[in-house]
Design a protein around this ligand. Structure first.
Ligand code: MF3
Ligand code: CO
Ligand code: CO
Length: 259
């Protein structure tokens, strides 16, 4: 297993990859309006990563994943495959999950976009899920435990009578898209798990369901959906543990409310 602690030189490279990842999401978010297909989202993301950034989409070909971005719509929890047949309509909510490889270093981040006039319930789920991410991030500092992140997220979700998906978690990231040196559960108990140290880099990416936490895998072997077909939302950032706290490596320029 590779060390979970990155060197200053590696951190600088991963910081650049993280900034580029944020830039992709800023570029694509305003284009996602009713009538657009998830296949178009894939093409915009792919072209920007390859031609503007000069990087590579880490998802493309990852364990056979066929596209350059994950697009998960409404009751899809994660790993939705973009398709030219999937037309987004007014009221849909979609998670766009982008991982960018710049010179062999990776940043990983995802956002929710709501199209047109989403329901009050959909807007609330998106807001609370983002709050779950931010509350998780707020716990990150040297000496804290990974269980602190999980408890903060779980408490907030349950306060709103939502459930937390348990089958997928945050992960070490940087030298690969998924490093097996760190696992970030989005549920659990404060004071448990691995202790955080400066130089650790990992994602926090809570998947929060409006209904029950149970999920199902579609026959495409990628798309994860809620069993009860109720809505699911997810937000993700790549986080560095610093000497004094944390740095959000995938921070977007319009995010002025981060912990
Ligand atoms: N970016 C996703 C994550 O947050 C991973 C996508 S893997 C893929 O971990 F193969 F589905 F693209
Ligand atoms: Co991701
Ligand atoms: Co991730």
């Amino acid at each position: 297993m590779s060390s979970p602690i990155k060197s200053p030189e590696q951190i600088e490279k991963i910081r650049i990859a993280g900034q580029r990842t944020a830039e992709v999401l800023e570029m694509v978010a305003p284009k996602v309006v009713p009538g657009v297909t998830t296949g178009q989202i894939n093409d915009w993301v792919h072209d920007y990563i390859v031609n503007t950034i000069g990087g590579a989409p880490s998802c493309l070909g990852y364990h056979g994943f066929p596209k350059s971005v994950c697009t998960s719509v409404n009751h899809q929890v994660c790993h939705g495959i973009p398709s030219d047949e999937k037309v987004l309509k007014d009221g849909d909510i979609v998670n766009i999950d982008v991982t960018v490889d710049v010179d062999g270093y990776h940043g990983d981040s995802s956002i929710m976009v709501a199209l047109g006039e989403p329901s009050i319930q959909a807007k609330r789920l998106i807001r609370v899920t983002r709050e779950c991410l931010l509350l998780g991030i707020a716990t990150v500092k040297p000496g804290a435990y990974f269980g602190d992140i999980g408890e903060a997220i779980q408490n907030h979700a349950h306060q709103h009578r939502y459930s937390v998906v348990r089958e997928y978690c945050g992960h070490g990231v940087g030298l690969k898209m998924h490093e097996d040196n760190i696992q970030v559960l989005h549920y659990g108990k404060a004071g448990t798990g691995l202790k955080m140290e400066p130089g650790m880099i990992f994602t926090i990416e809570p998947m929060i369901n409006a209904g029950r936490r149970d999920i199902r895998l579609l026959s495409d072997n990628w798309t994860v959906v809620t069993k009860d077909r109720k809505l699911s939302a997810q937000w993700e950032h790549t986080i560095l543990v610093t000497e004094t706290g944390h740095e959000i490596l995938t921070r977007r320029s319009n995010e002025d409310d981060l912990p």
